[in-house]
Design a protein around this ligand. Structure first.
Ligand code: GDP
Length: 295
């Protein structure tokens, strides 16, 4: 199913030879191929259709220049348009707080705890920051232990209160501690559930209200395809998050969730997570993702 879109477009365009200009009729097969490639890459059908309609409008009237491969030209139009739709450029995170508070939210298993560790490592090693990790998942002692192990591995301090059943208080205590100890970034790993759940949302919203974070990063498993979009919408409606983190991009997904999520909630994708190692984190480059989606 992942054949190369460029080749598919080349063959779709063969029929255009000698047509003069691109029109509604002679571009139909090409548009269909692009749409199929997007749907294959997990882009929501409706969004794929809107997108291809836009590309079609751009292409109609263009001359079919025999010296330039029309397939390649079309791939370039599509790629540029995709990258633009996914934000156009990289997005920095706001590190101006004193300390900067970053809240990490998402479903259980999405990769929150792993990402929290990676982000702390990234800020420590690449941005010269002194992060403090905070385990605010009060329901799963295993999650707290997981964060402790990661923190030890990357040599970043971690705040854990095994007996405290109040996630808001844990977050507040951690911020006070960070101020005392000179930690200029506080990364709060919150509890997730297997599905959208009112209690979980209320708890994260309460932490948000109490600590006024400068970044709320929504973590989502890119392998979950269409479900990722509904989850993103539910979290955004409730938390009005500031950015998206796409995880598990080392898997075989084409990453169409990136486009669908950006299109649906209109929030920037800030990081991509590509493995279980602490170094497997990158900032999000829209043009790389466009290339990946198109194959
Ligand atoms: P949480 O429940 O949201 O905190 O999720 P975890 O951080 O515990 O991650 C759930 C599982 O996914 C763990 O087994 C992680 O090792 C794994 N994981 C997290 N991020 C990635 C990633 O980018 N790639 C891969 N392959 N696995 C990941």
């Amino acid at each position: 199913m992942f054949e190369n879109l460029s080749e598919r477009l080349e063959s779709a365009f063969k029929q255009l030879k000698g047509e003069g200009r691109i029109n509604e009729i002679n571009i139909a097969t090409t548009v269909k191929e692009i749409r199929r490639a997007l749907v294959d890459a997990d882009v929501n059908y409706k969004i794929a259709k809107e997108f291809t309609d836009k590309v079609k409008d751009k292409a109609i009237g263009e001359k079919v220049i025999t010296s330039v491969s029309p397939g390649q030209l079309m791939v370039k139009i599509v790629k540029d348009e995709l990258a633009e739709l996914m934000g156009g450029k990289e997005h920095e995170i706001d590190l101006s707080g004193k300390p900067t508070v970053i809240l990490i939210a998402g479903l259980q298993g999405s990769g929150k705890t792993t990402f929290s560790g990676k982000l702390a490592n990234f800020l420590n090693s690449k941005k010269n920051k002194k992060p403090l990790l905070v385990a605010a998942d009060i329901y799963r002692p295993a999650a707290m232990e997981q964060l402790r192990v990661l923190a030890e591995q990357i040599k970043v301090p971690v705040h854990i209160e095994l007996e405290n059943r109040d996630a808001v208080a844990i977050a507040q205590n951690a911020i006070a501690l960070a101020k005392q100890n000179g930690n200029n970034v506080v990364i709060i790993d919150t509890a997730g559930r297997l599905a959208i759940d009112e209690a979980m949302m209320t708890e994260v919203a309460n932490i948000k209200a109490a600590v006024n974070p400068s970044e709320i990063l929504f973590v989502v498993d890119s392998m979950t395809g269409q479900d990722a979009v509904n989850t993103a919408k539910a979290f955004n409606d409730r938390l009005d998050f500031t950015g998206v983190v796409l995880t598990k991009l080392d898997g075989d997904t084409r990453g169409g969730a990136a486009l669908t999520i950006k299109y649906t909630v209109d929030k920037p994708i800030k990081f991509v997570s590509m493995g279980e190692k602490m170094e497997a984190l990158d900032i999000f480059y829209p043009e790389r993702m466009a290339q990946r989606i198109l194959g």
